[in-house]
Design a protein around this ligand. Structure first.
Ligand code: C2O
Length: 346
């Protein structure tokens, strides 16, 4: 059977490890409870939203985005759309706050398995709709951090203004622009070498290293499975490296971006995951498929896995993996940018 959605009123204490590898407990990650759950139906798409590259957005865009995040931070603390409540979604689903219903002590964990891309796609989907609602602009689209292109390999400037709602003081100062993002774990002081390493890593994680859909998506995870069967290539590589590169090594657990429980507290998280999600769409629809003849996973235990989210009207909804496989059906696309890693051979 597929992983079932969590039972919200059984949400418990979340745990994480700090940099000294000591286990920490946190009991504030659970969402508000609601007894009315609606099966979510994707609304008809009237106009496609285009998520822009965060390095290319206009001052008007930054102004609107900043206003939306600011309003999200000012919502009542117990509103499920509030900024911290949204951050806590990540904590609850990723730090063992939820048990798999009726499966003893087995936990729900959306990382390191085939649920990684679908979960984060739905997470951003509702986050984006909430922001749009807060500024009365249903066409609002989140930006993506274009770290796979040399022009996007620094923290996007709009997140660096310390007076902006997009700023987060818990980041590594060494990673401030013009530092070049490190998509691998080998530190590199020479910026040109770093760019070249990043392109090599992208080529390998998107193309060369994958011989089945599971290599890219992550391994099988069903009801009754223990957590962490295995991450896909991008999740394990570039995705995790960026989290680690942004998080502040001076904080006890590399907060905010460097730990699951706190990552969603940095607005940059959703921009980072925009690009992670974009990698999924590129892999599905644009990449040569010779090495992976069938990219689709048709196992019903994948397609019917379900999650709970609060939508832009603060209604609790149940969503399934099968409804998020096509970003166009969900009403958004990504700005087209060159893919310099496509044929990259160092
Ligand atoms: Cu849920 Cu980037 O992690």
């Amino acid at each position: 059977n597929p992983i079932q959605p969590p039972v919200l009123d059984k949400c418990g204490v979340a745990t994480y490890s700090n940099l000294k590898d000591e286990e920490q407990k946190i009991d504030t990650c659970c969402p508000p409870i609601s007894d009315k759950i609606i099966d979510y139906k994707l609304p008809p798409v009237f106009g496609m939203k285009t998520r822009p590259s965060a390095h290319r957005v206009s001052p008007e865009y930054i102004f609107k985005y900043n206003m939306a995040i600011d309003r999200m931070k000012r919502l009542p603390k117990d509103d499920p759309r509030n900024f911290m409540q949204q951050a806590n979604i990540h904590c609850a689903y990723c730090n063992d706050a939820y048990d798999q219903p009726e499966q003893g002590n087995l936990k729900i964990q959306v990382h390191k398995s085939w649920l990684f891309f679908p979960f984060h796609r739905w997470y951003l989907y509702f986050y984006e709709r909430i922001l749009g609602k807060l500024i009365g602009d249903p066409t609002f689209a989140l930006p993506f951090w274009n770290w796979d292109n040399p022009k996007g390999m620094t923290i996007p400037p709009m997140y660096m203004d310390s007076k902006s709602a997009l700023y987060d003081p818990k980041r590594d100062k060494e990673s401030f622009p013009p530092a070049v993002v490190n998509l691998g774990l080998i530190p590199n002081k020479d910026p040109l070498q770093a760019v070249s390493n990043n392109l090599t890593i992208m080529h390998s994680e998107m193309i060369r290293g994958n011989s089945s859909a599971f290599d890219f998506m992550g391994k099988v995870y069903k009801e009754g499975s223990p957590v962490n069967p295995g991450a896909g290539s991008i999740e394990r590589g570039a995705h995790t490296s960026v989290h680690w590169w942004v998080g502040d090594p001076g904080q006890p657990a590399k907060e905010n971006m460097g730990n699951f429980y706190s990552a969603g507290r940095d607005p940059l998280f959703y921009c980072h995951h925009g690009n992670v999600d974009r990698m999924w769409t590129l892999w599905q629809y644009f990449l040569p498929s010779s090495k992976v003849p069938d990219k689709r996973i048709t196992d019903p235990d994948f397609l019917n896995a379900a999650f709970l989210f609060y939508d832009e009207n603060a209604q609790l909804v149940r969503v399934t993996v099968k409804d998020c496989l096509d970003n166009l059906r969900m009403g958004y696309d990504y700005e087209r940018i060159d893919l310099p890693w496509l044929d990259y051979r160092p």
